[in-house]
Design a protein around this ligand. Structure first.
Ligand code: Z5A
Length: 209
């Protein structure tokens, strides 16, 4: 098998990112690929603490720019401690959310300009970009209905339908801009159907090796 790959999984909440990141990792491991599974915000001790601040619905309101900087702070730590060493060792990295989430949530959702996000992206990541991004896309109400039964809502989950609609559209626009990197997967419908679509993406990844 060839060198490292950086694969990210994206989408609004409830589309099945966590579930299908696991599907992806299992499929790749079954084919002998050394895979590191990680997530953002988080993936390191500091990153998980920042994640706690970002998600805590009990925190006082946070300015969108503070939110953006915290996300990139967690990302810098994650890249230096986890992602870059794994890629340098030839491993594949599957990351549940990455910078496309920043464009979608802080850009599309909160209204921060893309050039401002791009400046931080370049500063923190240099030239690192995902090789492949799996965008799970589903109707906002379908996706939210899968997670709105959870007992306590976090700071993002409290946002409106309109917010998540903007986030979804931002993701789809990003995919349109970079069709070679993105694999858009229909995440509506039963779990097993979506799983089959993810396996098809995995087969494509392996065939491309
Ligand atoms: N955030 C940000 O703003 N900017 C950034 O740059 C980054 C993140 C990196 C935390 O992310 C928050 O961080 C996120 C944006 C912000 N907040 N929001 N929204 P997260 O990824 O940890 O949180 P999440 O998106 O809220 O995760 P989630 O709600 O767990 O969604 P998911 O991972 O896509 O879904 P899941 O856990 O795989 O599935 C949820 C449930 O649905 C579960 O019971 C499944 O069994 C079920 N499910 C999944 N697929 C199906 C189908 N097809 N049918 C039926 N049921 C299903």
């Amino acid at each position: 098998m060839t060198g490292s790959k950086f694969i990210t999984v994206e989408g609004i909440e409830g589309v099945g990112k966590s579930t299908h990141s696991r599907t992806l990792c299992e499929y790749l491991r079954d084919r002998g690929i050394d895979v590191l599974a990680t997530r953002e915000p988080g993936g390191t001790r500091l990153g998980e603490r920042i994640r706690g601040l970002l998600l805590d619905a009990g925190e006082p309101p946070m300015h969108p720019e503070s939110e953006l900087l915290l996300i990139f702070g967690a990302r810098a730590e994650h890249l230096h401690q986890v992602v870059l060493p794994a890629l340098a060792a030839g491993r594949w990295v599957v990351c549940d959310r990455f910078t496309d989430a920043t464009y979608a949530y802080q850009g599309g959702g909160r209204g921060i300009s893309y050039p401002r996000i791009a400046a931080l992206e370049q500063w923190v990541q240099n030239d690192l970009r995902p090789h492949v991004t799996v965008l799970l896309d589903a109707d906002v109400q379908v996706a939210l209905s899968r997670v709105r039964t959870r007992s306590a809502e976090d700071r993002f989950e409290r946002e409106s339908l309109d917010f998540f609609t903007r986030v979804r559209h931002a993701y789809l626009e990003l995919a349109t801009r970079e069709p070679r990197r993105f694999r858009v997967v229909d995440a509506n419908g039963p779990l097993q159907d979506v799983r089959r679509r993810i396996v098809a993406v995995c087969e494509g990844l392996i065939a491309a090796e």
